[in-house]
Design a protein around this ligand. Structure first.
Ligand code: DGJ
Length: 420
């Protein structure tokens, strides 16, 4: 008898508010950490990526990774989508070149490409972290490329270390005039070295040649001003820098964020006039705990909050590292946290971990979902984790209170988190 009641219940909920795992195979859901096929049936190859929404379509740009190498052997790839679930391969947006004299020669390192659109120049502008071939991670440059069409092909313009000859707006006169430089220290991580780092000794070291620029993202504010956020000062300090009106250079106006805090993988979004930034710590390709910062004004002050992840593996950002935060078009307060699960020994197999940004007590919260879809952002959504009935796994996040209450008598049901 119990079995009959259970079957009727399962039948009912499948067609109402709960989405069974098996019927989602035709891609109307996100499955963090799984293989994500493109329109050709090939795992999407766009790592460390970012998304531009243009002309009613999403364009995902990312690093092409090979079987055995993290070096750029192909370039920056592009995929397009109408719905964020189905992705069409658009090709190589920025190809590396077979010219040893070029900064983007095959075998260089191109990481974390991001594309923005400049409405004034009608150009698409791509920024990326560039390391010169054969130099490891020493060069620490920003690369810039442009295109007249969104999917490319992009033309490489230049690479450099940003903001040469400019001090950050939030360095004090005393810090600017200090004389201590990194060479004075025989060992890193001593209390004196830490203090000197906080006081900007790496900024002073690189003042003439430009500031180091590694993990990065771009952000365009409501007024059309664009900003480049990057790990600088040997990955010890983030810089947030204003771009020129054509987005093709840095203006020299920039701030330091969390000096000495060892942040990389910055991803940023804005909601209700507040700026939010999620970053990671620095542990190479290995995951670590995400960090969260907020600011009233993009030029600071940025305040750090506790790890936004919650639940199992929260201290490892669910085995991933942030790359971008995507505002979902046409949905209010809907933001997707995009992250990479790196597989450095087989880079092409790297996975994508996309999770909805939920808000609790006014701050973003990230929770693991095996599968989820955009209904999670509906104003009447209930957010819950997966639960099991028999051998089937269900995910509940769009249910009315009535249904949730009747769930309580179902065997095997797990957690119920509060209404959004
Ligand atoms: C972590 C960065 O976030 C990645 O983009 C990449 O640069 C690796 N470090 C290299 O170890």
């Amino acid at each position: 008898m119990n079995k009959v009641i259970l079957s009727v219940f399962v039948f009912f909920i499948q067609f109402t508010f709960i989405f069974p795992a098996k019927s989602q195979e035709n891609n109307h859901s996100f499955r963090p950490g799984a293989i994500w096929h493109d329109d050709r049936g090939i795992h999407i190859n766009a790592h460390g990526g970012g998304i531009l929404y243009f002309d009613n379509k999403y364009y995902w740009f990312g690093e092409h990774k090979s079987e055995n190498s993290n070096a750029a052997l192909v370039g920056v790839t592009c995929y397009s989508s109408d719905d964020l679930y189905h992705w069409k391969y658009e090709g190589v947006a920025l190809p590396v070149v077979r010219d040893l004299s070029s900064d983007i020669t095959e075998g260089c390192v191109i990481e974390r490409p991001k594309v923005i659109y400049n409405a004034k120049t009608k150009q698409f502008v791509m920024y990326f972290h560039l390391e010169l071939k054969g130099e490891g991670y020493k060069a620490s440059r920003t690369g810039i490329a442009v295109s007249d069409s969104v999917a490319g092909t992009y033309k490489f313009l230049k690479s450099y270390r940003p903001n040469a000859g400019h001090f950050p707006l939030n360095m004090t006169e005393k810090q600017k005039q200090e004389r201590t430089l990194p060479d004075y220290f025989s060992a890193w991580w001593t209390p004196e070295w830490r203090q000197a780092t906080v006081d900007g000794m790496f900024v002073r070291r690189d003042f003439d040649s430009g500031q180091m620029s590694r993990d990065m993202t771009l952000f365009v504010d409501d007024d059309g001003k664009a900003y480049h956020i990057y790990s600088s000062e040997e990955n010890l300090t983030l810089h947030l820098a204003e771009l020129s009106d054509d987005y093709l250079s840095h203006t020299g106006k920039y701030i330091r964020i969390a000096p000495g805090g060892h942040n990389e993988a910055p991803a940023i979004f804005k909601k209700d006039n507040l700026y939010y930034m999620i970053t990671s710590g620095c542990t190479g390709w290995d995951p670590n705990a995400a960090r969260l910062f907020t600011a009233d004004s993009i030029m600071g002050t940025w305040t750090e909050h506790p790890n936004p992840c919650s639940g199992k593996d929260a201290e490892l950002t669910f085995h991933s590292q942030s790359t971008y935060i995507l505002p979902v078009q046409g949905m209010k307060d809907a933001f997707i946290f995009m992250a990479d699960r790196w597989t450095p020994r087989h880079p092409i197999d790297g996975r994508y971990v996309w999770l909805p940004i939920l808000f609790e007590n006014g701050l973003p919260v990230l929770k693991w979902f095996d599968k989820w879809d955009l209904n999670v952002f509906r104003p009447d959504a209930e957010v819950d984790n997966t639960f099991e009935i028999g051998k089937q796994t269900f995910l509940l996040y769009h249910a009315r209170t009535k249904i949730v209450k009747s769930m309580q008598s179902v065997p095997g049901r797990r957690h119920h988190s509060p209404r959004l």
